[in-house]
Design a protein around this ligand. Structure first.
Ligand code: GDP
Ligand code: MG
Length: 159
């Protein structure tokens, strides 16, 4: 039993999910958290926080050469965001599917961006694009660390 659970937990991944200022202003926080919760993923970190430009630039450092970079930074600092860590099997890739394509014009209905966004520069939510970027983003946003707990529903979600 112990080894069985250990093996299952070893495969667990974490991702960084952020509800952007438009998602907070549009009262989509509960809806978005509900989608990840109901899927079966586990909430491991959560805070409402307003970041400054320096911090937003660090989060989006990989995009610093893009023409939309300054506008993107202005958008992210424009109000509080909800920063979260979610855990589960394949949560990085599955989280991206739940979120939908970057441009809401191409996000499928049923995805968060497909259901709640119109413009690429107001697309409601961020999710890490790889396990390695998730690790970096979690370290950036949660230097204080995250909760250690295991859901009592675990064995109802994982075989
Ligand atoms: P994501 O991983 O799906 O969020 O997409 P990217 O990492 O490529 O881009 C980060 C964020 O920058 C996106 O979520 C958008 O908010 C914004 N963004 C990306 N491409 C564009 C663009 O062409 N125009 C504008 N205005 N914003 C963009
Ligand atoms: Mg990205």
């Amino acid at each position: 039993e112990f080894l069985y659970h250990f093996a299952a937990l070893a495969k667990m991944e974490q991702t960084f999910i952020m509800i952007k200022p438009d998602g907070v202003q549009r009262n989509l926080v509960g809806e978005i958290i509900g989608r990840f919760e109901k899927k079966g993923f586990t909430l491991k970190g959560l805070k409402l926080i307003t970041v400054d430009s320096d911090f937003a630039e660090r989060h989006y450092a990989d995009l610093s050469a893009k023409p939309f970079f300054n506008g993107l930074v202005e958008y992210i600092v424009s109000g509080p965001v909800v920063a979260m860590v979610w855990e589960g099997k394949n949560v990085v890739a599955t989280g991206r599917k739940i979120i939908g394509a970057t441009n809401p014009a191409e996000s499928a209905p049923g995805t968060i961006r497909g259901d709640y966004a119109v413009d690429i520069g107001r697309n409601v939510i961020h999710g890490s694009d790889a396990v390695e970027s998730a690790r970096k983003e979690i370290a950036l946003w949660f230097p204080e660390g995250i909760a250690e707990w295991r859901s009592s529903a675990h064995h109802w979600i994982y075989e």
